[in-house]
Ligand binder design. Structure first.
Ligand code: CAA
Length: 257
């Protein structure tokens, strides 16, 4: 497929999506989000891909949903076209997605990063939910996910004032897993993605599903889910291979079975 707003590549077992609307700081218009959904579908279906990375440019991961595209909506059209809901496709991905964020991740850009499974930030990254300055609130999950990541006080301040958070504050607050120098962002993120893609794909997918449960259910139900998934893994050839390889002091050869 010919993409207009993103670049899509395979780097070994890693699917790489680069947001590519430089003139608009990667503002997320509906065409870009649809293209992202198509790229994610193709990586989810491709059995050679084990992990996906979404990144932007040096200046911006994404400066938000496209304000110029949203501006003309009224309630009726926003409701009937289900404005912003296509962003949710990212959270339905079955394979892990890492966001590699440099520069601005604002509004829908911050929300897109939070829809990924974890965020690696360049030291130049800036996160924020500035929607209040536009006369709206975050619409792609920002009020909910940011609060779960950084806690009520910080999320409330950011959503009510539009204040941005730099990479250090984002790491301190648990929004990002780690910070790397901007020049190393893609290489470091691809390294993490390649590591994930070397493991057993069904086990990786179930690990992701289990961690996600922590956000959607009670502790006891989450632990029950984890326990059943853990026990079910003993039906996989990859469990036998992983534990045999440990005993034989060799690298396991996982076959995704
Ligand atoms: N939508 C549409 N266009 C955008 C955009 C956005 N979110 N962000 C930047 N652009 C465009 C600018 O309009 C500008 O285009 P022109 O050259 O045609 O004027 C171009 O990108 C470059 O931007 P700036 O000249 O503003 O660059 P800067 O370096 O001076 O400032 C910035 C950078 C601080 C990120 C500033 O662009 C900015 O504040 N952007 C808007 C951020 C924002 O409010 N995001 C939230 C959007 S609403 C949302 O996301 C809702 C939701 O929850 C889903």
């Amino acid at each position: 497929m010919g993409y207009k707003n993103i670049r899509v590549e395979k780097r070994g077992k890693v699917g790489l999506v680069t947001l590519d609307r430089p003139k608009a700081l990667n503002a997320l218009n509906s065409e870009l989000i649809a293209e992202l959904g198509t790229a994610l579908d193709s990586f989810d279906e491709d059995e050679r891909i084990g992990c996906v990375v979404i990144t932007g440019s040096e200046k911006a991961f994404a400066a938000g949903a496209d304000i110029k595209e949203m501006h003309p909506h009224d309630f009726s059209s926003a409701y009937q076209t289900d404005l912003i809901t296509p962003f949710d496709r990212v959270s339905r991905n079955r394979k892990p997605i890492i966001a590699a964020v440099a520069g601005y991740a604002l509004g829908g850009g911050c929300e897109l990063a939070m829809l990924c499974d974890f965020i690696i930030a360049a030291d130049t990254a800036k996160f924020g939910q500035p929607e209040i300055t536009l006369g709206v609130i975050p619409g792609a999950g920002g009020t909910q996910r940011l609060t779960r990541f950084v806690g009520k006080s910080k999320a409330m301040e950011m959503v009510l004032t539009g204040r941005m958070m730099d990479a250090e504050e984002a790491e301190r607050s648990g929004l990002v897993s780690r910070i790397v120098p901007a020049d190393d962002l893609l290489e470091e993120t691809l390294k993490a993605a390649e590591k994930i893609a070397e493991f057993s794909l069904p086990v990786v997918m179930m690990a992701k599903e289990s961690v996600d449960r922590a956000y959607e259910t009670t502790l006891s139900e989450g632990v029950r889910f984890e326990r059943r998934v853990f026990q079910a893994m003993f039906a996989l050839e990859d469990q036998k291979e992983g534990m045999t390889a440990f005993s034989e002091k060799r690298t396991p050869q996982f076959r995704n079975k």
